[in-house]
Every structure is written in C-alpha cells, then in structure tokens.
Design a protein around this ligand. Structure first.
Ligand SMILES: [Zn+2]
Length: 479
C-alpha cells in the first residue's frame, strides 16, 4: 500500500475519534465549571416573568446580544427573543411553552452567562432564544395559557398570540435546528428499569408514516450526541418518547416545516425537587448540542443509536411498598402499594408540608419506586385513635408522638381542628370529633386501604414498630 493511502486510511479512523474526544472534553469542562455560569438570581423552579425581565433588559447592554420583542401574551406580558452570533446555521430554542415547565428557562439564563464570556462556540451558528413562551401560565405556574389553551395543540389554528409568536419566530429566522424545551412528570422511567427518565428526547415525526428524512435524521443525530453527554452524569436515566404523529403539536409541525426539531423533556431526579441538578444537565447538554452543530460533529453519528435509547415509560411512584398483608372482613390479602407525594400549602402560603396519596394497589411487580419498602414478614396494623379529645395547640405540643405511635395510636381527635393543623408536620392524623366514624351494625366497613386516600397505618415486626405511614408520609423506626 502506498504511504499516502496509509495516511488517508489512518486519518479516516482518527478524525472521528478526535472529534469525539473534543466533544467529550467540551461538555466535561462545562460540567466542572457550571457554578461560574449559573444565574444566581434564579434559585427555584417557580419564578415569573417579572423575575426574568430585568435579566433580559441587562442583556440589551451586553456585547453581541440582540434583544427583540416578538409580541405580547394574552395578558400583555412581553415575549422576547435574544439572538447571539452571526454564523450561517440558525438555531432556535424556546422554553416554557407550558407555564409550569421551567427547568430549561433556568438553564437558558445560565447559557447567556456562558455566552457573555465564550464566543468560540458561535463560529458557525446564530442562536435565537425565546425563554418563557407562556408567561401568563408561568405567572400561576400552570401548563396552559390565559384562555386555557394548550399552546402545544395550537400549531395549526394559531389562536393564541404565543403560538403565532413561535411560528413567526421560526419562519423569520428560517431555523435549521429547533429545541423545544419542556418538563415531564417525574414518574416517567426508562422502560423496564427503575431509573427515572431524568431527561427524555424525541425527534418528532412529521407525518403519520413516521418517515425519516434528512431534517428529522439530523434531529436524531443531535439527540444521540446529547444522550452521550447525559449518560455520563446520570447513567441509564434517559428515555425516548413515542413518535406518534400529533398533527396539532408544534414539534411535529416545526419538523414538517424543515427545521430539525429536538424535544427535550426534563423529568425527575432523586432528591432534586427544585430541579437544580436537571437544570445543570440542560446547561451542559444544550451547549454540547450547539457545539456539535457548530463543529458538524453530529454528522459522524448514527441514527441507529437514537433508536437504541430506551423508551419512556410511566411506572414510577415516590414510594413503593411491597408485600403488604392486611386483613379485611376476616380474610387476608397481600398487595403492593404505590404512593405519590404532594405538597400542601397553608392558607398564608408560608408553610408547606408533604402529604402522600395512595395511587395504586395490587400487583406492582412491573412498577418501581424512588423509595422502596418491603413489608414482607411485617404486620399491618390500623392505628388506634387516642382516647383523649384535645382542644388546643398547647395540648398537642405536649404529646410525645414517638410514644404515641409505639403504643399504636395514629390518630388524634380534636374538638375542632385549628387552621395551623390542617397541613401538619406532626406524625399523627388529626380528625375532628364529628368525623369519628361510627360503624353501624348493618353497614359493611370499608377496606382499610382506599385508592386516592392518604393512607394511615403501622407496620410492625415482633410487636416492634418499623414504619408508621401517616397521611401517606413514611416515618421509619426499625433498626
Ligand atoms: Zn410541556
């Protein structure tokens, strides 16, 4: 073989590897240096238009940033587009089309801080960001806009100004790539695994046949690149959405209009209720994707790797209890329980306490839990009601809750329940005297585990208390 031939073959092998390692170190540095870029004024996922407007105003003074007002939401809040760079490839990123899906909006403001200092990534691209497309929804932290329309089902009728703004922005910049940034329920998992789908992706179909043309194929390749990044930090925690064609959705239509469209859904991550770690993953993987577009690295990847990403499933509970054996009408039943947590806010919104709802009963062997408790060999006990009826908060303060639970009391009756106790941090269930159930002789009592209720019971082993489940919240006692 001629030497030149050898060199060419060598280069053919080495160039993709070089590109890959370059991409790796780029995202690794972003991960390490994240705190340098994190927008410190946003610290939790409920924030409003008025919180981001000052940040957008400041960007107007920043070199290289162009801010345009695209229009106004139904209630009159401005929707802005921030553009950076002058490269030939146009990339459009929009977030929070659903008002309560704010993770990527947080990441976008981190990305702005990165771009203030780092312009190399802009060599071949022009970036256009629309953070918070649905500010009216964000105001009340709800999915839909002010007239109750799901903007993601309004891509054809364009009845909402927010929808028209997105369509207009896509058309005016003739975006080559589009990032459709959402949040999904934390109960999604990667199919047949106990791993939450911390991030899920979709290259939406543009027709019912789910054909793959160059536009959609390129979106798949970008997803492969993003998946490689996320897998490093949360192995196995990526899902791929079903690509059923939805003719009314924006992702599907923008793909159809010729923009390679990538749907990103931020899901759940253990012990990250404010989604700050997932925000960081968005920061790293979105910049990674932009880097890949700018360098054309994604062209070296294969669409097949997209199809290998596990499917999204929805089989997670916050708490899964297995092998709970309870008695009802003198017979025994063994079931698994799925409990999901919610936060109950006090009237003044200053206090918030967890509460758990029983969402599934039965054979949950195909389901998973963020927390898992095996109740095998434990005895299920319905707690007793404390014999003394209490009248004041002081009396409650004087109770020894641990002793109460050890003695089998889960419930305390009161003359009337003060507001402060409705969403209580105390590990007992409070009931008003009037609510004490009187079982008449001729009525069949209800099973102790009611779907949709806040379950309250005890689990013991050899007469020793292991778990108290009070209003769906688990308190652990066993050693
Ligand atoms: Zn959404």
């Amino acid at each position: 073989m001629k030497t030149t031939m050898k060199i060419i073959i060598y280069l053919l092998f080495i160039i993709p590897f070089f590109a890959l390692s370059q991409q790796n170190s780029f995202s690794e540095n972003l991960f390490t240096d994240y705190e340098t870029y994190k927008e410190s004024s946003i610290t939790q996922r409920m924030f409003k238009h008025s919180d981001i407007q000052p940040l957008i105003e400041k960007l107007k003074l920043e070199k290289g940033f162009r801010v345009v007002t695209l229009g106004k939401s139904i209630q009159g809040r401005t929707i802005s587009m921030i553009s950076i760079g002058n490269g030939a490839t146009n990339v459009l990123l929009w977030s929070q089309m659903h008002g309560d899906e704010s993770t990527a909006t947080m990441a976008i403001f981190d990305i702005f801080n990165y771009l203030k200092k780092n312009k190399e990534i802009l060599n071949n691209v022009t970036l256009h960001f629309i953070p918070m497309l649905n500010p009216d929804g964000a105001e009340v932290f709800k999915r839909r806009n002010a007239i109750g329309i799901d903007i993601n089902r309004d891509a054809l009728r364009l009845q909402s100004p927010e929808s028209r703004i997105l369509k207009m922005a896509r058309d005016s910049v003739q975006a080559d790539f589009g990032f459709n940034l959402h949040d999904q329920s934390k109960y999604y998992n990667a199919e047949q695994t106990n791993k939450p789908a911390t991030i899920s992706y979709l290259a939406p179909a543009y027709n019912y046949e789910k054909d793959i043309n160059e536009t959609r194929g390129n979106a798949m390749k970008i997803i492969v690149e993003m998946n490689d990044i996320i897998q490093k930090y949360t192995p196995g925690q990526v899902g791929r959405y079903s690509d059923e064609f939805e003719p009314r959705a924006f992702g599907d239509n923008i793909q159809k209009w010729g923009t390679s469209t990538i749907l990103v859904e931020s899901g759940g991550y253990k012990d990250d209720p404010e989604k700050q770690f997932i925000r960081k993953l968005n920061f790293v993987s979105l910049l990674g994707a932009i880097h890949s577009i700018s360098t054309n690295n994604y062209k070296n990847t294969s669409i097949n790797k997209y199809l290998e990403i596990p499917k999204n499933d929805r089989k997670l509970f916050d708490i899964k209890l297995t092998n709970v054996t309870f008695q009802y009408l003198e017979k025994k039943y063994t079931v698994d329980l799925g409990i999901n947590m919610a936060q109950m806010n006090s009237k003044d919104q200053n206090n918030s306490n967890p509460i758990g709802y029983l969402r599934e009963i039965g054979d949950l062997s195909t389901y998973y839990g963020y927390e898992n408790i095996d109740a095998k060999n434990m005895t299920f006990k319905i707690g007793k009601t404390y014999p003394k009826i209490l009248s004041s908060l002081d009396e409650i303060e004087n109770l020894n809750f641990e002793t109460l639970l050890q003695d089998g009391y889960t419930t305390v009756a009161m003359d009337h329940i003060p507001d402060e106790l409705i969403f209580t941090k105390y590990p007992v269930k409070f009931i008003a005297v009037n609510d004490i159930m009187i079982t008449r002789d001729n009525t069949i009592p209800k099973s102790p585990l009611q779907l949709g209720s806040q379950p309250t019971f005890l689990l013991t082993k050899n007469e020793e208390l292991y778990y108290a489940i009070i209003n769906g919240v688990v308190y652990e006692f066993g050693k």
